[in-house]
Design a protein around this ligand. Structure first.
Ligand code: FAD
Ligand code: NAP
Length: 546
């Protein structure tokens, strides 16, 4: 057995969370090691290399705020960056702060066990190496365990099988190939237009249609970037006070003021206050995105259904074949149930001659065969099958790491009926183990880089507090996590996220057998941050320190 490596803090994962944690804890003078399954940094942006992958938060905001120098030196080529540019940024951050010297790549953590006698965490890797640490920080990601549904006969398929969340580094040649894609969530919607351009023929297997709106496709203008740089201190502050962790900063020097005609076209707060003609005219002028701006669409089921129907009319006007258009119209759930999807040419893709849409809700996939996909009413011959079937979100990576706390309590057992955690940061029975953007935190409902920095900073301050006060452990009281989970559920009730017809990964509904619990905190990033700060200021109220 190899020698046990002893450190102050073990970090699992080297996406943006693990990268910042490595930097932040090292700055505290602590001895750190990060363990990462991939061969390099970047997490999401390392694994999701599928054609069309990109961010839906503006890059000037989806970037680290901890270093003014970093903000000054990095140029973003587009307003909403594509995966290769975000991965380049991750690599730049790793180089600039010399992070790789404390990261072990190609290293998957397969067990995380609490050693009660010496109050340390013991991490075992897939190569049998052991790391022992006083603190363990699980920076394992909310969307890092790809979900691959098990179809009968899957092993029989003789063609190439890919998953958007595990896309190969090497170029994939799809020219003249018969390509099939299963899934029309955010990943599928981004990939499908690109795949249609690259493939000989593309067959899209759709179970649930989406509400998707056109993404912003602007190149970055140097003057806009400069204006952000001049105002970054204020912008980062504004992010801290915003529910979604975005500043809403509008460049004024570098962008012409909008004309009064456009301002007059702005939607009023409530869709129900408009006549059907006014609604149609608004969509005609401003596109489907305008529907996302109405307040009542997210708070009133009747208003929601009005918007859904206007949206469906929009799809019917964009897609030439009326039968295909009808299949693309979502009817089983409303806007606001799932994460809003953004696209580039999605609906237009279904007007192409080399694209076929297959409704697998009407005729489900029965099996895979050696030559393709068999549904209950037809067989589709394929050379390549792509799963765009999402992730075992929020809890998947934590449960897969086999974490066992005090008295042999497995996290799997503790979370049998759903994740139980305080602030999405810690669990009772797991002293000194922290989760970054864990279930019960705003995480996936806001700009994740802001959420990540806030969590890592909170954990670092907490470790500093323990040391300054000669304390060795921290964990939440059982009542605190119960109260918090109750609060997380309470604020989610009455939103479109939790309507009975809604089946999203936020609710765990995409994974068969997963408890149906709304996992992220919908109360907003700013409120959540203030709560975390108040708790720390009250000497970690609700936690047990020893
Ligand atoms: P990740 O980037 O997921 O990194 C976690 C790392 O941990 C991975 O590299 C993984 O290999 C490693 N790991 C996990 N388990 C183990 C283990 N047991 N042992 C060793 N290593 C392990 N967020 C936004 O805010 N805006 C967006 O527009 C946006 N777009 C997205 C697009 C896609 C395609 C996806 C999948 C997610 C998107 N997200 C977006 C969410 C995105 O996950 C976060 O923004 C952010 O990148 C998460 O960083 P992270 O470090 O927390 O997790
Ligand atoms: P997803 O939203 O969970 O979508 C998965 C798709 O696969 C759905 O259409 C789903 O259909 C389908 N599917 C799953 N199992 C199936 C089965 N057995 N048979 C047929 N279809 C099946 O996953 P995702 O698209 O990867 O997105 C996950 C999250 O990652 C997003 O919500 C977002 O947070 C993030 N993301 C963001 C971006 C971005 O724009 N920035 C891009 C990609 C991903 P059902 O709906 O019927 O289950």
């Amino acid at each position: 057995m190899s020698e046990v490596k002893k450190v102050d803090i073990a970090i699992v994962g080297a996406g943006f969370a693990g990268m910042y944690a490595t930097h932040r804890f090292r700055a505290l003078g602590l001895n750190v090691v990060a363990l990462e399954a991939g061969t390099d940094v970047g997490g999401t942006w390392y694994w999701n290399r599928y054609p069309g992958a990109r961010c839906d938060v503006p890059s000037l905001e989806y970037s680290f705020g901890f270093s003014p120098e970093l903000e000054k030196e990095w140029d973003w080529p587009e307003v909403f960056s594509a995966q290769p540019d975000i991965l380049r940024y991750a690599n730049h951050v790793a180089d600039r702060f010399d992070l790789r010297r404390d990261i072990r790549f190609n290293t998957r953590v397969v067990a995380v066990d609490y050693q009660q006698a010496d109050k340390r965490w013991r991490l075992t890797t897939d190569a049998g190496e052991v790391v022992e640490a006083r603190f363990c920080v699980m920076a394992t990601g909310c969307l890092s365990v790809p979900n691959k549904p098990e179809f009968p006969g899957a092993d029989d398929f003789a063609g190439t099988v890919l998953h958007t969340g595990l896309w190969p580094k090497e170029p994939v040649d799809l020219s003249n190939k018969r390509v099939g894609v299963i899934g029309t969530g955010s990943s599928g919607v981004q990939a499908i237009p690109e795949l249609a351009r690259l493939a000989g023929h593309l067959t899209v297997f759709q179970r649930s249609p989406v509400y998707t709106v056109p993404a912003n496709r602007k190149r970055m203008r140097a003057a806009v970037q400069e204006e952000f740089r001049e105002n970054y201190t204020e912008i980062r502050q504004m992010q801290q006070n915003n529910a979604g962790g975005v500043s809403g900063f509008r460049p004024v020097k570098s962008v012409a003021v909008r004309s009064p005609t456009v301002l007059a076209d702005r939607a009023p707060n409530d869709i129900l206050r408009l006549t059907p003609e006014q609604r149609a005219k608004l969509v005609e002028r401003q596109g489907l995105n305008v529907l996302l701006g109405f307040r009542d669409v997210y708070t009133d089921v009747a208003a929601n259904e009005v918007a859904n129907e206007v949206f469906r009319d929009g799809i019917r006007s964009l897609v030439k074949d009326p039968q295909v258009a009808e299949v693309l119209c979502p009817v089983d759930y409303g806007l606001g149930c799932k994460r809003q999807v953004l696209d580039r040419d999605y609906y237009d893709t279904f007007n192409r001659d080399n694209v076929t849409l297959v409704d697998v809700k009407a005729a489900p996939i029965e099996s895979l065969t050696a030559t393709g996909v068999q549904t209950t009413d037809a067989h589709y011959n394929l050379d390549v099958l792509i799963y765009a079937t999402g992730f075992d979100a929020m809890t998947g990576a934590l449960l897969k790491a086999n974490i066992t706390g005090r008295d042999g309590l497995a996290l799997k057992t503790k979370w049998e009926h759903g994740p139980l955690a305080y602030l999405g940061l810690q669990m009772h029975g797991f002293p000194n183990l922290f989760t970054v953007t864990g279930p019960g935190s705003p995480s996936v409902l806001c700009n994740m880089l802001v959420a990540i920095e806030q969590h890592v900073n909170w954990i670092a301050d907490c470790v500093g507090y323990l040391d300054a006060n000669s304390l060795s452990t921290i964990e939440p009281l059982p009542a605190s996590e119960l109260d918090w989970v109750g609060h997380v559920n309470e604020v989610a009730q009455g939103t479109m996220y939790t309507t009975p017809s809604c089946n999203s990964w936020y609710l765990g509904a995409n994974i068969p057998g997963k408890p149906r619990i709304f996992m992220p905190y919908v109360g907003g990033y700013a409120k959540y941050r203030v709560r975390c700060e108040q708790i720390a200021a009250k000497d970690y109220e609700g936690f047990q320190l020893g």
